[in-house]
Design a protein around this ligand. Sequence first.
Ligand code: FES
Length: 174
Amino acid sequence: MMKCDALIDTGRRAFFTRTAAVAAGAAAATAIPGAPAKAAPALALVSYPVMKLANVKDLKVNEPLDIGYPDGDSPGVLLKLGTRVEGGVGPDGDIVAFSTLCPHKGYPLNYSAADRTLNCPGHYSRFDCERGGLEIWGQATQNLAQFKLRVDEAGDIHAEAVDELIYGRLSNVL
Ligand code: FES
């Protein structure tokens, strides 16, 4: 057994020596004296589709319109809240859109016109539509994904991006 332990010890030391040499070599290769420092390249850039959701004339205050963005498998809701809000677009700055998949475990959210929240029937998380989908109660560990909108001259409402990861996705654009 002593011989066996000694062999294991020798092997372990050789492994650490080789690992240290590889690490030192890698560090030397990346740190070039006198070279200007460069910012790390951005990771996970997502190119979002631009998608027409509706026209301003299609919306009534406090009546949700079902939509899908960035694709048909990602349900959401388009809302005209009636008061200017964060991230709101349109002539009154009151049109917003959110994913309706709860960020906790993906249950479909229901809109409450009474307090302008999206509510989860699964474990009761609640999200404030007047404050950018801020979670105001519950189990979720992130706010609700809000869709970035733009309104053109004809009043058409286009979705152009998403500000949080949509539930169940590794990338918002598949
Ligand atoms: Fe919505 Fe759990 S799935 S709170």
